[in-house]
Design a protein around this ligand. Sequence first.
Ligand code: PLP
Length: 438
Amino acid sequence: MTEKSRWLYETAQRVIPGGVNSPVRAFKSVGGSPRFIQSAFGAYLIDADGNRLIDYIGSWGPMILGHQHSHVLASIQSALTEGVSFGAPNAREVELAMMVTKLTGMEKVRFVSSGTEATMSALRLARAVTGRDYILKFRGNYHGHADGLLVEAGSGLMTNEQKLQARSAPSSAGVPQAYAGLTLVADYNDPEGLAQLLRDRGNTLAAIIFEPVVGNAGVLIPTAEFIDVLHSAKEQGILLIADEVMTGFRLSPGGATERLGLKPDIITWGKIIGGGLPVGAYGASAEIMDFVSPMGPVYQAGTLSGNPLAMAAGIGTLQTLRDNPEIYEKIEDYTERLEQGLLLAAAQAGISVCVNRIGSMLTMFFTEGPVQTYQDAVRSDTRLFAQWFHEMLNRGVYWAPSQFESIFVSAAHNERTLEHTLQAAASAFLTIKSQSQG
Ligand SMILES: *Cc1c(COP(=O)(O)O)cnc(C)c1O
């Protein structure tokens, strides 16, 4: 049934490390071999063997409108006829920057080519503005793979860390201890722990970088107390960097910042802002952003930054979201019904799960709830999750291939995909229950 995928995977492993260009795609945490994707349309992926799968990954977030959305395609196509890269400024960069600043309230924005580049640059900027070296991040939060951020870094790394053992150490080999040592780590949703750390070390911190809603340890939603303590850090001259690479333009037009009433000093974006092409960005007040070269002393550059095709995909996506705000209600309603259906199906099979959902992001943890912290999340039964994942895949539903990821609903998901998904889920739960008893 998946012959061509298997053959491609074997060939890929000879010429690409692990056969993939980003680790979580390799299915390491669920076992088996990954499907190679031939094409995608709307809410569906078509694999190399012609199987049609309901897509809950959406390229890990960017495809909020579904695949091959007509307006996004038209925007890319019109850019394509004008040349693919100039290495000189272009009107599309101005257009996207105007839209991003208007939607998010940040005054200036710089485009880069990935979320990793955005967070890396935002930290350099924060260090330059404050003249301090240390940064603070949260256990299980992922901010891309820049050296200083690969410390207790969630999702794909949760498997890697078990290989490395040491705690408070880098999540990856090749990161110098001296460099990782500039990154302090606290627990997400632990207001007392954070307050204590701020008392002890606050005056050495340039920035706190955080996922305003965590997606990369599975979905974790911040408590009001936790957000209060985060905001209190600003009194110590610490810059708050809201990493909205996943949540930006997803949880609302103004991202998690708008939805949760956050007051970050710097925001980073990626994923949706590029509509499926490689884009990242960081933004802040004009005062902070004017530290960036050529205005100021912080060097940051990119040969393909602001690439016209990538800008066009971002413009097409953000225009569609801006002009059709009902999309947010639609995808949230779908995801809420998905949540209810999953809870019901799990209960009927006698399997304990906890669903964390906000907007169109959802993780179903195979553990009893509540799941608020990283420690709660890692209590999940990852073997049971892996079985369920494969049962779903066999029934034509492509869920995120790790317990510690969010799934993403798009505007192309509809009644048919919901019904198919919930039928598959009910049957998958019963199958894994009978296997666990057998
Ligand atoms: C995906 C992600 C990143 C990294 O973005 P890339 O484009 O993969 O480099 C950073 N931060 C968060 C919160 C993300 O979800």
